[in-house]
Design a protein around this ligand. Structure first.
Ligand SMILES: [Zn+2]
Length: 246
């Protein structure tokens, strides 16, 4: 990496939404790559069953707020890193304000309401966002630009009406989330360096070890990036469903 590229990263700010299986390795990769400031937003406590894939935590962290344990772990590895721990959930009342304070949002959450909320908040704050998801052996990542689509809602439109499997029911394979998180960090760094990575869906199959890239098409009728755009502000009722997909 050139000196100017390092300086760009050192002066940059990335928000990681969720300090779980995706957020932990994503934050670590961002920190080690030279991103100067990493914000982490999560209101959960560290739990023993999560340790196999939430690589910033040890048994001594059980019961501690995840963002505090994650911040301490990141500083141990990269002492010059600035970490901004937000012991909170990304919710309708704070989402746009949180996104506004960073250059790029890495959406590493474990539920659909937060994924859609982060997508909408990033668009309203005119920030790029990198989505990630992993269920069983299947992982995906998608970078969306600050000024429009193709976006997360071009792919998924709205919160699922049917029950989606959650992480406890479906299971998550640690190495698959690690791959997705590494791709998310890579995409975030590419965005900070001004590279055109938007609108390409990355998929990874942990059984066949097959990785694919596919350009996605924006939908003209998309509520978030179509014309006219129907989502002009965050309305809490849009995110009331509490189903989960990781
Ligand atoms: Zn869209």
């Amino acid at each position: 990496m050139t000196m100017s590229a390092r300086l760009v990263l050192a002066g940059s700010r990335v928000l990681v939404v969720g300090a779980g299986g995706l957020g932990c390795p994503a934050a670590l990769a961002l920190a080690r790559s030279g991103v100067g400031t990493v914000g982490i937003v999560d209101d959960d406590l560290v739990e023993l069953p999560n340790l196999h894939r939430q690589i910033l935590f040890g048994e001594e962290d059980v019961g501690r707020p995840k963002v505090e344990a994650a911040a301490a772990a990141l500083i141990r590895v990269v002492p010059e890193l600035r970490v901004e721990p937000h012991v909170a959930r990304m919710l309708p009342h704070n989402a746009v304000a949180l996104a506004s304070r960073y250059d790029v949002v890495v959406e590493a959450s474990d539920n659909f309401p937060t994924k859609f909320l982060a997508a909408d908040a990033a668009r309203l704050a005119r920030k790029a966002i990198v989505h990630g998801a992993a269920v069983r052996w299947h992982g995906t990542a998608l970078a969306v630009g600050p000024n429009g689509g193709p976006c997360y809602r071009c792919l998924f439109e709205d919160l699922p009406r049917e029950n989606a499997p959650n992480c406890a029911e479906a299971g998550v394979v640690g190495p698959v989330v690690g791959v997705v998180a590494a791709v998310q960090a890579d995409l975030a760094i590419s965005i900070l360096r001004g590279e055109p990575v938007f609108g390409v869906l990355f998929t990874f199959d942990g059984l066949s070890l097959e990785a694919r890239r596919r350009s996605i098409q924006g939908r003209a009728a998309c509520a978030l990036c179509g014309t006219p755009r129907s989502i002009q502000r965050i309305e809490a009722s849009r995110y009331a469903v509490t189903r989960c997909d990781i």
